[in-house]
Design a protein around this ligand. Structure first.
Ligand SMILES: *Cc1c(COP(=O)(O)O)cnc(C)c1O
Length: 394
């Protein structure tokens, strides 16, 4: 009999560096590798697994839907995506949803929608004001919308139509608005940049500014949405409802699901403008519905804020011993700045000791645990982190 192939990486495109271990199993806040070693996971698939690994509500939704209908074809309605669209509209006040499969795809759709709106309603205006260090995805248009240094030079020609300003600077946005501007696009908190929280009033100010100039506000809530910051959507902290919003990451709780949402008056796609083979498929949207039902409960949201407060105060204690210059974030999207650029070493030593944390910058650690992480799991994680920092001498 033919032997099954041994596991190796020779047939993969080398798009990143990964440790050689292989993850095999997960439950709640824990992951196990193929050697049976356990990890307390404060990364959760990059703020994706909002209910932790393999939660019962997702298993049930997947099982029920998988035995009922997986793919009727995008040419037909299905019950699950209709249900989820209704729930998201009720929760956000944004009337229309287009379901997609990744954050980048949702943002690509937001850019298309804003450009079409500009063509129809603002004399062909197509420019979108975005921010330095923003992250909106890895398609050609979302890379151009992003503000990652160096990204303009990798895949020329760089897509035009994006004007960059500093994040958090309202006056800079105001100065950048011209007749060609159709929208301003921001993350309510910059996630990949290292959990950069804008000054109080920024989102509210952007809402007022865009309204006064008759242009659109696009909130990229791929990371901040679906309760990550302790409210259902990050913009709700400032009551700054956007015209267009994108969701991703936590929306599927770990399965690929994203959403492009818009006010009805802005929702100007005509048949044929937008689509996609897998979009709105019932297997993913059944899971999205289960996730949204769970995280939108007031008691669930209150617990996120309680655990976020606990995590921040434990980080403060550790910071007093090891010197963090800053602890920032909202809900369970939190980062610290270390006094030394040792974040990657801390991440690697933590991994070897069974703790998963993320190092988005050389001096930044980021924490995005399951939204249902328990008090004792946070305590355990912080004890481990203290040991790791002691060992690293950070
Ligand atoms: C992760 C992320 C994206 C990209 O999502 P993908 O699913 O990786 O395409 C876009 N915007 C923000 C704010 C993100 O955090």
């Amino acid at each position: 009999m033919e032997q099954p192939p041994t596991l190796n990486t020779t047939n993969l495109m080398p798009i990143t560096t990964r440790p050689s271990l292989i993850m095999a199993r997960g439950k709640g806040s824990y992951l196990w590798d193929s050697d049976g070693k356990r990890y307390l996971d404060l990364v959760q698939g990059w703020a994706v697994n909002c209910l932790g690994h393999c939660p019962d509500v997702m298993i049930k939704a997947l099982n029920d839907q998988a035995t009922t209908l997986i793919n009727p074809s995008p040419a037909f309605h299905n019950e699950r995506y209709l249900e989820l669209a209704t729930k998201l509209a009720r929760l956000s006040g944004l009337d229309h949803t287009f379901f997609a499969n990744s954050g980048a795809e949702a943002n690509e759709g937001a850019i298309k929608l804003a450009r079409k709106w500009g063509r129809l309603h603002r004399d062909g205006a197509f420019e979108i004001i975005t921010t330095h260090n923003a992250f909106h995805g890895r398609t050609l248009a979302t890379m151009a919308a992003s503000g990652k240094p160096g990204w303009d030079a990798i895949f020329p020609p760089f897509m035009p139509g994006f004007t960059k300003v500093d994040f958090g600077d309202l006056a800079a946005v105001k100065a950048a608005i011209s007749d060609r501007t159709c929208a301003v696009m921001v993350e309510p908190i910059q996630g990949e940049a290292g959990v950069i929280v804008p000054p109080d009033g920024y989102l509210r100010g952007l809402r007022e500014l865009t309204q006064a100039h008759g242009i659109l506000l696009i909130a990229d809530e791929v990371q901040t949405g679906v309760a990550r910051t302790g409210k259902m959507f990050g913009h709700q902290w400032e009551d700054a409802r956007p015209d267009i919003m994108t969701l991703g990451k936590g929306l599927g709780g770990g399965v690929p699901l994203s959403a492009l949402m818009a006010r009805a008056e802005v929702s100007c796609f005509a048949p044929g403008d937008q689509g996609g083979t897998f979009n709105g498929n019932p297997l993913m949207t059944a899971v999205g519905s289960a996730v949204v039902d769970t995280v939108s409960q007031p008691a669930f949201l209150a617990a996120i804020n309680a655990r976020g407060g606990q995590l921040q105060s434990r980080l403060q204690e550790i910071g007093a011993r090891f010197g963090f210059s800053e602890i920032r974030g909202r809900g369970l999207l939190i980062a610290v700045t270390l006094d030394t650029p040792k974040a990657e070493t801390v991440r690697d030593v933590a991994l070897s000791r069974g703790l998963l944390v993320n190092a988005p910058r050389p001096n930044t650690l980021r924490f995005m645990p399951a939204l249902n992480i328990t008090e004792s799991e946070i305590d355990d994680a912080m004890t481990l982190l203290g040991d790791v920092l002691g060992a690293v001498g950070a």
